[in-house]
Design a protein around this ligand. Structure first.
Ligand SMILES: N[C@@H](CCC(=O)N[C@@H](CS)C(=O)NCC(=O)O)C(=O)O
Length: 207
């Protein structure tokens, strides 16, 4: 059984959605980042960048245990292990990687900054709010265009959708009006209707 170390954030939920989607048995361990548990030495051994999520799979490559941090790496690992949600056609696989990297480098880090300055900064910082809310609008426009002519980010449901969805689900924290992005809104409804997404988004249940 895979151990998932996580907390109730978009990055954590990417992995619980994927574990649900591939039907892999897993147990969840919460790492309360509000109590600095991500700095516990035993957690740092598997996630040296002190961030959730991380996994430990006792049945890794060659039957040996493996631990992994960084959601892009974890999603690829679980996709390759299960043979699911990574397109088989090489050109489609690269397309999926483009959108996975787009999420890891943009539609995650920049939206995270928007969350911070909109909701958590101890004082108003108009310049930063403006900068990250504008970037949020730009990123949402890119995604909206991409989804205007397809059901999923690379046509078939893939780990790129699982990476992007939990961030999109926090649209209110990004000052995004969903109706301005109708194609993303429709895709989100499609995603929400999936059992794995509903279950994965509810992990961890203690949060
Ligand atoms: N690039 C990382 C980002 C992970 C991340 O930012 N995790 C946040 C929660 S969403 C965290 O653990 N923050 C705690 C900290 O920075 O100390 C990934 O995709 O795994």
């Amino acid at each position: 059984m895979i151990n998932l170390y996580t907390w109730g954030t978009p990055n954590g939920r990417k992995i619980s959605i994927m574990l649900e989607a591939i039907g892999e048995e897993y147990q969840t361990f919460t790492v309360d980042i509000l109590k600095d548990q991500q700095f516990y030495p035993e957690f740092l051994q598997i996630s040296p960048n002190n961030k959730i999520p991380a996994i430990v799979d006792p049945q890794g490559p060659n039957g040996e245990p493996i631990s992994l941090f960084e959601t892009g790496a974890i999603l690829l690992y679980l996709g390759e292990k299960s043979g699911k949600f990574i397109p088989k056609k090489p050109s489609k696989r690269y397309e999926m990687l483009e959108w996975l990297m787009w999420q890891m480098g943009g539609f995650g880090p920049f939206l995270g900054q928007a969350h911070h300055f909109n909701r958590f900064a101890p004082n108003e910082v108009p310049y930063a709010k403006n900068r990250y809310n504008n970037e949020a609008q730009r990123l949402w426009s890119v995604l909206n265009k991409r989804l205007s002519c397809r059901d999923y980010v690379v046509d078939e449901l893939s780990i790129a959708d699982f990476a992007i969805y939990p961030w999109a689900a926090r649209y209110e924290w990004q000052e995004i009006a969903l109706n301005d992005y109708p194609s993303v809104k429709n895709w989100m409804e499609r995603m929400q209707s999936l059992d794995a997404v509903q279950k994965g988004m509810a992990v961890p249940d203690t949060y």
